[in-house]
Design a protein. Structure first.
Length: 365
């Protein structure tokens, strides 16, 4: 009891100081002369405050997005997703372990951990779904799980834990702040030799052909019964979001032009954020000739050699509640043996709205 009170007090004070620092930062930045003195290069200060603002906005969005039943039920009804987590937690959580469940939602991963014999589970969530998580735990007789209404960055403990559980993967893998949130907890609260579940991820970006009947060309590519839209090419929109397909379903994709391979592999146990770079080059030899319509972004989460969770549109066992995304290109025909080189530039991995891409072709070797 005393310990719980002390921890809540510490977490509350920490959250309060963060808020004061943010207000202080905003106050200083509203005074250019003072900001230049405090932060040095004003352009750099602007970049920092933009990043903080983006993070703050994302926190607000995430907090509301997951508060309702709608998003939670989609995730829980996703059979491959739940099978992956049930098996991974059963494998990695040992009797007596202390566990943090980062973003517990309805508490399902905490329940898996308790079933594996965890001594204590700290189930964190910053959205109002935590109210239902508590009711569910009571109704299901779940013991040893403490539900804590907090953002993970504001959470602290006097001791380190054995396991961090999380499901923070977005359609673009990185767009739900998985990397910064998990690394923050890892650095502060995971004991040496502890584990993160899941920790290994593959990020893919594959050149693909969309089924003819599902393809939506850019406006200037169209010719509708002789009415030619080509002159609009000069009026291409500047908004980068226009160049991404937001809602995609697996039925859209006919094939990948090359053989799929990870464009990036990360292990959250060891990853340093600056390791990820800001530019990826992806080269694919064409084995399925045809039209290039765009690059399909999807991911795989791995636990050991035998457990995988995939959002690929071409995997029969894909986890259905994840969408995948297409980085659109103008149509281009490819023959077998040619090579496509994609350059993907990312300002921030967490903000796909700022990604840009281009490709070149070569004869191949
Ligand atoms: C994708 S859902 C996963 C829910 C649950 N773990 C499951 O597997 O069904 C992510 C949950 O994490 C919460 N969340 C996201 N980022 C968080 C953070 N940094 N701290 C606390 N909760 C967070 C959201 O409110 C949401 O309920």
């Amino acid at each position: 009891m005393f310990f719980t009170l002390l921890r809540r007090l510490t977490a509350g004070s920490f959250a309060f100081f963060r808020r004061v620092l943010r207000w202080g930062g905003a106050w200083v930045q509203a005074r250019p002369a003072l900001a230049a003195w405090v932060y040095g290069d004003p352009q750099e200060a602007e970049r920092v405050s933009e990043a903080e603002l983006a993070e703050e906005n994302y926190r607000d969005f995430n907090h509301h997005y997951f508060a309702g039943f709608g998003e939670q039920e989609k995730m829980l009804a996703d059979g491959p997703r739940m099978a992956f987590y049930a098996a991974a937690v059963a494998r990695r959580v040992r009797p007596g372990d202390r566990v943090i469940d980062l973003g517990t939602g309805t508490g399902i991963l905490s329940a898996f951990a308790a079933n594996s014999g965890a001594a204590r589970v700290y189930a964190l969530d910053h959205s109002d779904i935590l109210k239902q998580a508590r009711r569910l735990a009571e109704a299901n007789g779940l013991a040893g799980v403490e539900f804590i209404a907090t953002h993970s960055r504001d959470f602290t403990l006097p001791e380190r834990v054995d396991v961090i559980l999380h499901e923070q993967m977005g359609d673009y893998l990185f767009d739900e702040a998985m990397v910064p949130n998990v690394i923050d907890l890892r650095e502060r609260l995971l004991r040496p030799g502890g584990v993160i579940v899941p920790s290994c991820f593959e990020f893919y970006c594959e050149p693909a052909k969309v089924r003819d009947e599902r393809r939506i060309p850019f406006l200037w590519e169209l010719n509708v019964r002789g009415y030619d839209y080509a002159c609009l090419e000069d009026d291409r929109p500047e908004n980068p979001n226009y160049y991404r397909h937001i809602g995609c379903d697996p039925g859209m994709i006919e094939h990948f032009l090359g053989l799929a391979a990870p464009a990036l592999k990360i292990d959250l146990m060891t990853l340093r954020p600056d390791e990820m770079g800001r530019e990826l080059k992806i080269v694919r030899k064409v084995v399925n000739p045809g039209r290039l319509d765009g690059f399909v972004v999807y991911f795989r989460a791995l636990e050991g050699d035998d457990l995988a969770l995939s959002s690929s549109p071409l995997d029969a066992g894909r986890a259905p509640h994840w969408g995948f995304r297409i980085l659109r290109t103008e149509a281009a025909e490819f023959t077998a043996g040619e090579e496509i080189t994609l350059t993907l530039r990312v300002g921030s991995w967490a903000e796909p709205g700022g990604w840009s891409w281009s490709w070149t072709r070569s004869a191949g070797g």
